[in-house]
Ligand binder design. Structure first.
Ligand SMILES: NC(=O)c1ccc[n+]([C@@H]2O[C@H](COP(=O)([O-])OP(=O)(O)OC[C@H]3O[C@@H](n4cnc5c(N)ncnc54)[C@H](OP(=O)(O)O)[C@@H]3O)[C@@H](O)[C@H]2O)c1
Length: 331
């Protein structure tokens, strides 16, 4: 690769934010200690928010978007990494305060890097990406609260999305019965192929309720949606169960009451992948290597070129993307 490379850059043009492919050089990159030759990034809901401008994700412009990346180390000033090492970065402010993965080359802090587990190619590492890593954190959170595989289902909301699809596949592999809650019931076969034992229509969960509690239904939940859906999930969690909340695809409010917590001992676990400390990151990647069925990962993933990202950003915000989208930054 010559010193010039391509990146998707968010800039302000005529008072509006616009993302466009630009040529950059190594001299343009941030002054951090590891330069990565990027192979893949991915499309996440937050990338959609950043590129469409639906939320202010980039805190300064110009910003190279993309909240994650996988590639090989090109140059390292850190003793922890050497040229040729396969690495992945998720979060840590990529696309917010630091240039991100929608670029053929990026420079990042060595502390942010995680070695790609030997079980995964760079493409598979990004098929997992931020979404899949977050799904694993959710599963670990439920395990930590004592939610075990058993007779009762764990519900996953936004199940056909990126976090949701990986969560369904992980939970099913670990022996949980999984209720997949979706606004796209036409994707029933897809969700069943990932391991869902039942399908719940989103509309059944999206209604406000006058009741403080519903019948005890689920042992636990992974919620990517927030709003009325999360409130509804909380009302239906069985005694002593837990919900890992990681998303807001349906809204940032939480119109709930304290009754699930004080009458059923339900726990609400907050999941953040961006600033997640390194030990938990390493554990999550090890667990993904052990527990995520690669055939299912493959079945939920498509690969698209960097030039498609602006259109894909619109699609993901409209809830029209299924599973995971890997972005081939060199295509
Ligand atoms: N906490 C963290 O660190 C972290 C990390 C990654 C992602 N997230 C958050 O997790 C959520 C999912 O991310 P993702 O990358 O998996 O996005 P995604 O692929 O777009 O999945 C979101 C899913 O939510 C459902 N949905 C979309 N719009 C909705 C609406 N208006 N009301 C109810 N449900 C709706 C859809 O699933 P169905 O079609 O199946 O209904 C959609 O596929 C996002 O809010 C994202 O910001 C948080």
């Amino acid at each position: 690769m010559s010193d010039t490379f391509t990146a998707l850059v968010l800039e302000e043009v005529d008072g509006e934010q616009r993302a466009a492919l630009k040529d950059l050089t190594t001299a343009d990159l941030p002054a951090d200690d590891v330069t990565v030759r990027v192979a893949y990034s991915t499309l996440n809901y937050k990338d959609g928010l950043a590129i469409t401008g639906k939320a202010k994700i980039a805190r300064r412009l110009p910003m190279v978007c993309g909240i994650d990346l996988a590639g090989t180390v090109e140059e390292s000033n850190s003793p922890a990494y050497k040229t040729g090492d396969a690495v992945v970065v998720t979060g840590w402010g990529l696309s917010e305060s630091h240039w991100g993965g929608y670029a053929q080359k990026q420079r990042v802090k060595s502390d942010w890097l995680v070695p790609v587990p030997k079980e995964f190619s760079l493409k598979q590492a990004m098929a997992i990406g931020t979404a899949g890593f977050t799904s694993m954190l959710c599963v670990m959170g439920l395990e930590h609260m004592g939610v075990k595989p058993g007779e009762h289902e764990v519900v996953v909301t936004g199940a056909a999305g990126g976090v949701g699809s990986v969560a369904v596949a992980l939970l099913a592999k670990l022996g949980y019965k999984v209720a997949a809650a979706t606004g796209r019931p036409e994707l029933r076969d897809y969700l069943v192929s990932l391991g869902a034992t039942s399908i719940v229509e989103r509309t059944a969960l999206a209604q406000p309720s006058g009741r403080p509690l519903d019948a005890e239904r689920w042992a636990g939940g992974v919620d990517t949606v927030g709003g009325e859906v999360l409130a509804s999930v909380l009302r239906g969690i069985r005694y002593g169960g837990a919900v890992a909340a990681c998303g807001l695809a349906g809204g940032a409010n939480l119109p709930t009451s304290v009754y699930p917590f004080i009458l059923r001992g339900v726990s609400l676990i907050g999941i953040d992948s961006v600033m997640c400390p390194k030990p938990a990151r390493l554990e999550a990647w090890q667990r993904l290597a052990r527990d995520l069925p690669l055939a299912k990962l493959e079945a939920m993933t498509v690969v698209e070129p960097l030039s498609q990202v602006p259109q894909l950003a619109e699609d993901i915000i409209k809830g029209q993307v299924r599973g995971r989208v890997v972005i081939d930054v060199n295509a």
